[in-house]
Design a protein around this ligand. Structure first.
Ligand code: NAD
Length: 255
């Protein structure tokens, strides 16, 4: 069965593109003929991600960007226009785990500030600069990376949980502001996904690697399972969804 590809020729920004879920989204967008600007604080990994798309016959470029810095994000959005002429899509994905396993009364205030900056202020900066660029392009679609920890309690990491709840709230409200101007804004809320990020969580907390008893599917997710959802949300196949926080957690939050 052949299906039309609504993403063909679109221009996307992916933050945290160098590895994990972001890298998988870059790969799938490249396969769908999207021109991808790969942003990461680790420029070497962003360059490798972009090279992967070009090796497959697609178009991609890399930009060094610390999403916790407004000026970097502003330059990133400018680079989409300069490199590919417009901006249609964004996956605002870069994030950190923060002070995992630390009771709140022991959390260092600098860790609180850093986690809020990279997980939450970053999404504000991205929306602030991406929305005008997308309005110029006649509309667009944005997906923000939240987490199951944005929907239910995160007792092992309340700082992380606070940032992801805030990303869900920001996503919903921003979606309402631009719903009638052709920009859809949604969030994905993964459970534990097999990436470097979750491996550090498992190491630090001694969580069982398998089987995880709190996950009804009895396994972790893969980056590709999350990436397929993200690409679907960015595509016209999700044309009537906005303000959603879509879970992908093997059933965890329904336990
Ligand atoms: P990862 O650690 O494997 O990759 C994150 C990428 O972001 C890396 O390439 C890193 O260099 C980059 N990055 C880190 N700080 C940055 C900064 N300040 N500016 C720009 N880039 C930066 O992470 P992942 O597992 O792929 O997670 C991606 C997103 O998904 C995060 O927002 C995370 O909170 C969320 N998430 C992950 C899981 C999971 O289990 N892996 C679960 C739920 C939500």
């Amino acid at each position: 069965m052949s299906r039309s590809n609504s993403l063909n020729g679109k221009v996307a920004i992916v933050t945290g593109a160098g590895r994990g879920i972001g890298l998988e989204v870059v790969r799938l967008l490249g396969e769908r003929q999207v021109k991808v600007l790969c942003a990461d604080i680790d420029i070497g990994s962003a360059e490798a991600a972009a090279a992967g798309v070009r090796d497959g016959g697609g178009e991609a470029a890399a930009v060094a960007c610390d999403v916790g810095k407004s000026a970097d994000v502003s330059k990133l959005v400018d680079a989409a226009g300069e490199t590919f002429g417009k901006l249609d899509l964004a996956f605002n994905n870069a994030g950190i785990l923060g002070p995992m396993g630390t009771p709140l009364d022991k959390v260092d205030e600098a860790d609180w500030d850093r986690t809020l900056s990279i997980n939450l202020s970053s999404v504000f900066y991205c929306l602030k600069y991406q929305v005008p660029a997308m309005l110029n392009a006649g509309g667009g679609a944005i997906v923000n990376a939240a987490s199951v920890a944005g929907l239910i309690a995160a007792p092992r990491n309340p700082v992380y949980g606070a940032t992801k709840h805030a990303v869900v709230g920001l996503t919903r409200s921003a979606a309402m502001q631009y719903a009638d101007r052709g920009i859809r804004i949604n969030a994905v809320c993964p459970g534990i996904v097999e990436t470097g990020f979750s491996n550090s969580e498992v190491r630090q907390e001694g969580l069982p690697t398998f089987p995880p008893p709190f996950i009804p599917m009895q396994r972790f997710g893969t980056p590709e399972e999350i990436a397929r959802l993200v690409v679907w949300l960015l595509s016209d196949e999700a044309s009537y969804l906005t303000g959603e926080a879509v879970g992908a957690d093997g059933g965890w939050r329904h336990m």
